[in-house]
Design a protein around this ligand. Structure first.
Ligand SMILES: Nc1ncnc2c1ncn2[C@@H]1O[C@H](COP(=O)(O)OP(=O)(O)OP(=O)(O)O)[C@@H](O)[C@H]1O
Ligand SMILES: [Mg+2]
Length: 296
């Protein structure tokens, strides 16, 4: 096959891992910076260009689009889809999963459980929104935060009000979330490929911290998800329309609660923690999908 990895980081572990896995299985594979691509839109003649080179005869693309590249990256993926190229991450699924609020709304409709969440406009009164949540403690999150940055635990009313007001003042959109204390600074990352969990790890926050992100000094161990966790991870991935996803879940008294369904999950933490060759399984999945397409 002729595979393109759309990534701005050819040196990143995930990109390299996918590149070498594809090569090992005998494919022709290239890493292209999608921000240097352009598209020409014309009825019946969709084209994608990398600088002055037309990208033709591509069998599959592997989008590794960072959150800041979502708008342009999605347009490129959509164009490839119009050309009949298989995309590991469908454009619709990427758009859906990058919108945190829309993701939660879709999961709620599908009956997937997550921490109770409140979102309001920037002008809303801080004390009213805290009351709507049932008071502190609560978690305040920047809508576009990542790696645990902009995730704050407000233990009391004064802190909660001060944090909300300062975010509103600086025009940062936030969500308020029920604090799941019993998660005890741990969460699960289930790696889903083609409707199955192929690897799963538990991340634990460093002492004195409630955020389990590895970027915040957390540690990780391999675990086996229970049946409820499996069902939740698979259902939320399906709701997003993703073939491959990293599903983050908190273990709560009322069962697993989804925090996020990541459309471009990193491979380093999970491959090194679990020893599973995830990149290889992703390439094998792409092979099967492209073969299915060719049969039609
Ligand atoms: N409602 C909550 N109750 C308890 N702990 C939470 C809650 N929300 C988040 N946490 C903890 O904080 C960590 C970071 O939160 P979250 O994953 O929502 O943000 P992020 O990692 O910055 O963003 P994203 O995962 O969307 O890129 C989680 O991994 C979890 O350990
Ligand atoms: Mg997270």
């Amino acid at each position: 096959m002729n595979i393109l990895i759309l990534s701005r980081g050819p040196e990143l572990y995930s990109t390299r891992s996918l590149f070498f896995a594809a090569q090992k299985r005998g494919h022709y594979v290239r890493i292209l910076d999608y921000t240097e691509c352009s598209i020409s839109i014309e009825a019946g003649q969709p084209m994608v260009w990398f600088r002055d080179q037309a990208l033709v005869n591509i069998d599959a693309i592997i989008p590794r689009i960072g959150s800041s590249g979502t708008f342009f990256g999605t347009a490129i993926i959509r164009q490839f889809e119009e050309m009949g190229v298989f995309s590991l991450t469908p454009s619709v699924a990427l758009t859906r999963s990058r919108d945190k609020l829309q993701s939660l709304q879709l999961m709620a409709m599908a009956g997937v459980d997550f921490p109770k969440t409140v979102f309001s406009n920037l002008s809303y009164d801080a004390s009213e929104i805290i009351e709507q949540m049932g008071g502190p403690p609560l978690v305040i999150k920047l809508l576009n935060g990542t790696h645990g940055m902009g995730v704050i635990l407000a233990k009391d009313q004064n802190t909660a009000e001060a944090v909300i007001e300062s975010f509103y003042k600086t025009k940062n959109r936030i969500i308020l979330q029920e604090f799941i204390e019993e998660a005890g600074g741990e969460d699960l990352r289930a790696f889903v490929v083609n409707g199955k969990i192929i690897a799963c790890m538990k991340r634990r926050a460093k002492p004195g911290e409630f955020r389990s992100n590895l970027h915040r000094g957390g540690s990780s161990i391999i675990v086996k998800p229970d049946s409820e966790e499996i069902a939740t991870a698979l259902k939320s991935t399906a709701v997003m329309g993703l073939h491959v996803a990293g599903v983050d879940m908190l273990q709560s008294k009322r069962g697993p609660l989804v925090l996020e369904v990541n459309a471009s999950p990193g491979l380093e933490g999970i491959e090194t923690t679990t020893g599973v060759d995830i990149a290889k399984q992703i390439i094998e999945f792409i092979e099967a999908e492209v073969a299915k397409k060719e049969k039609v």
